[in-house]
Design a protein around this ligand. Structure first.
Ligand code: ATP
Length: 704
């Protein structure tokens, strides 16, 4: 297929040509649901079981459904083991009932005594949706927030009566800052332990320590369970003092796995073609979950599918397209769980947020692009990059596991079997590939020094050192070998943000621009507020032209947010539509802003506004982001001051096509080149004024 699809969502997306009817994708399979002339199938059976297959959308008594889950048969033995061991590893297939059932078993046997059962999830959508499901299963008429509750960033739906609490691992980490011994809990379940996010890895150490200290101090004991469908048991067991592991035998519904026959560089188009293939052939109540990499890509594919669906030649029922990604507010994320309505097919296009723990009723088909956007830190260049890359095999199996949760399902992998075999078996722990400054500062708030922390897999020494050097430059610490935070550092650790952004907020009092800094940081914490439908890209850009600032993207964002706030409540929606602004995302940024303002209040930062003096705002940004500066060279090429990296202005920036001498940027995205995103112009003399030490130590020319 010769369609060109610009992944960056850049202006060049104009090149996005998708033929109205994408070519069929050939899958390597024998008996898939296909038109035999076009597509040959050859299926690879996953696991099968003897349970009766239920109709994806038929109403099944929830209690009956529970009893059919593999873990249910093992209830007694499992409780026995949990009672006997302080720490236990539980391994069981995707969909076998670990996340929803095991906490209920513990609660019904009152193994938590007077404490709480805490179950961590790597992602918000899982914590919220599972809590709602479990409340339903327990017949909790008062709903979630009573016996069953959840806590995710910016949302706490628990009460004093809550006994089963689902929470993101990031939230448990924040709770550990307030109480190292985690006395609120008597049982902690670290679910999806294989994900190995930074937060889970840090939690492993904290929880292990809390358990040991509570024992030594003869306090209420803490029981720890580690759960997953795919984990390296020996590695985990060794770290957790050679603890016992149990494998829950029992199979879930079969999932047929299909691979493409040939490789597909343009995986988005291949995903679209595969969707329409399924759409033509499958009954209307069979819904589809497609895994792609990020918001812009998802929105572009969603848009394309909606257009193609209007083609009178496209056979099949009406399609309801839903999108799912991390920066959406929880309420928005939860809409993917709503049924599509009679005789309508639901297609959910998601990032890896739907990869683990999530059950979306009605999903019979998974389309796996095999790609994921992952944050990767390069200690040698100091750059924190968002990179689109292949998933691991472990992730591929988790994605596959999203089909066949209520009945038999199918997974279409948009890669060949050979490509699958070349994927890494497990995902590299995030701690070994991320910027550790956020983790380091949170650990320091707990009195823990990351260089001496008992990590399951130690992060690379130079990455830890780079994190401490960054904290020192940000004045959060005075000595990289000590565990003490400066007063500024203590305040920085209060924010659920990269310390560079916390520094910006905390510096705002010096520049009289807290209002503006809050807005910009909140807008940068979520995904883009810009809507750029490929077919209306120019129109979208023209409509927003009036808000564009020659000073760059940060001030442009500020202008847009200010205008959005000025518009009356009734007109906000139409204003967003007319200006191609993502209403949900800007509302989410507003929520985040409120939460950050609360933290600022706790840190006693006086409220201030600099009105139209945008120098103050850009100077304030520089206090946190001073390691992110690029300067232009004679050949019109930008080079970062810190690590001398060649970079380019991202086409989505308002500064694209211009050549300001000095730039401050928010992040670097690597695709074919290293692109700078979120850019502001800055003045050279500000460097001497704001970060003289940094300029001196990096031997940077401060004047031309
Ligand atoms: N929201 C829901 N709606 C309908 N069924 C659900 C829902 N949540 C869970 N289930 C049912 O319960 C089963 C078990 O789900 P659970 O999340 O407990 O499994 P798991 O073993 O933790 O899976 P995974 O390893 O994939 O997270 C699902 O396969 C599904 O049949």
């Amino acid at each position: 297929m010769d369609s060109k699809y610009d992944l960056l969502g850049s202006k060049s997306v104009k090149k996005f040509h998708l033929s109205p009817k994408p070519k069929p994708i050939i899958f390597n399979s024998k008996n898939g649901p296909s038109s035999p002339k076009k597509i040959k199938f050859n299926n690879t059976k996953f696991e099968t079981n003897s349970l009766s297959v239920t109709n994806g959308k038929s109403k099944i008594d929830i209690q009956e459904q529970k009893k059919k889950l593999p873990v249910f048969q093992k209830r007694a033995q499992l409780l026995n083991l949990i009672q006997k061991h302080d720490t236990l590893i539980i391994l069981g297939e995707t969909g076998s009932g670990k996340t929803t059932q095991i906490p209920q078993f513990i609660h019904s046997a009152r193994l938590q005594n007077n404490g709480r059962i805490g179950i961590t999830q790597p992602r918000r959508v899982a914590a919220v949706s599972v809590a709602i499901r479990v409340a339903q299963e327990m017949g909790n008429t008062l709903g979630v927030g009573e016996i069953v509750g959840y806590t995710v960033r910016f949302e706490d739906v628990t009460s004093k009566r809550t006994k089963i609490k689902y929470l993101t691992d990031g939230m448990l980490l924040r709770e550990a800052i307030a109480d190292k011994l985690l006395m609120d809990y008597t049982v902690l379940i670290l679910d999806e332990a294989h994900e190995r996010t930074i937060h889970t890895d840090v939690l492993f150490g904290i929880v292990k320590d809390a358990q040991k200290n509570r024992k030594e101090k003869k306090l209420t004991p803490l029981k720890v369970l580690l759960m997953s469908a795919t984990m390296d048991v020996d590695h985990f067991s060794k770290y957790f003092n050679n603890c016992q592991a149990v494998y829950l035998e029992g199979r879930t519904y079969p999932v047929n796995v299909f691979y493409t026959k040939t490789t597909h560089e343009d995986y988005q188009t291949a995903c679209i073609a595969t969707f329409f293939k399924i759409h033509r052939e499958a009954p209307a109540n069979h819904d589809v979950l497609m895994f792609l990499t990020g918001q812009e890509e998802i929105e572009a594919v969603a848009h394309q599918i909606k257009i193609l669906a209007k083609d009178p030649d496209v056979e099949g029922p009406p399609i309801k397209v839903c999108t799912l990604y991390a920066s959406q507010p929880s309420t928005q994320q939860m809409t993917v769980f709503q049924p599509a309505g009679p005789n309508t097919r639901k297609l959910i296009i998601s990032t890896n947020v739907a990869e683990t723990s999530v059950t979306i009723s009605g999903i019979k088909y998974v389309i796996d692009s095999g790609m994921v956007k992952a944050r990767t830190f390069h200690p040698s260049t100091g750059l924190d990059l968002l990179k689109i890359q292949r998933t691991s095999q472990e992730q591929a199996w988790q994605r596959t596991g999203r089909a066949g949760r209520e009945a038999e399902g199918s997974c279409y992998r948009i890669y060949t079997k050979a490509q699958f075999e070349m994927m890494q078996k497990t995902t590299t722990p995030e701690i070994q590939r991320a910027n550790l400054a956020t983790v380091a500062i949170q650990l320091l708030a707990l009195g823990i020094h990351a260089m001496r922390f008992d990590f399951m897999d130690k992060p690379p020494k130079d990455a830890v050192r780079a994190a401490f050097e960054q904290l020192k430059r940000l004045e959060a610490i005075n000595d990289i070998d000590k565990s003490d935070l400066t007063p500024l550092g203590k305040n920085m650790a209060q924010f659920p943000l990269d310390p560079r952004f916390s520094k910006v907020l905390l510096s705002a009092q010096n520049y009289g621009c807290l209002e503006e800094a809050l807005t910009i940081v909140a807008l940068m914490s979520g995904e883009s507020i810009f809507l750029n439908p490929p077919s209306k890209r120019e129109q979208a850009q023209t409509s927003r032209q009036k808000y564009c600032s020659a000073l760059g993207d940060h001030i442009t964002l500020l202008n847009i947010y200010r205008e959005f706030n000025n518009i009356s409540q009734n007109n906000k929606r139409s204003w967003c539509r007319d200006n191609y602004i993502h209403m949900r995302n800007i509302l989410y940024a507003r929520e985040v802003r409120t939460q950050l303002a609360d933290v600022c209040r706790r840190c006693e930062i006086p409220v201030s506004s600099c009105g139209s003096n945008m120098d103050q705002v850009r100077k304030c940004l520089l206090t946190g982001l001073f390691t992110n500066i690029a300067e232009i060279h004679k050949d019109k090429q930008y080079i970062t001051l810190d690590k001398r990296q060649v970079v380019t202005i991202h086409p989505s920036s308002v500064l694209h096509g211009q050549l300001p001498p000095l730039l401050l940027f928010t992040e670097v995205v690597q695709t074919t080149k290293c692109y700078l995103r979120g850019i502001s112009t800055i003045e050279r003399e500000w460097l001497d004024e704001i970060v003289p030490n940094y300029i001196r130590s990096h031997n940077i020319r401060s004047k031309d």
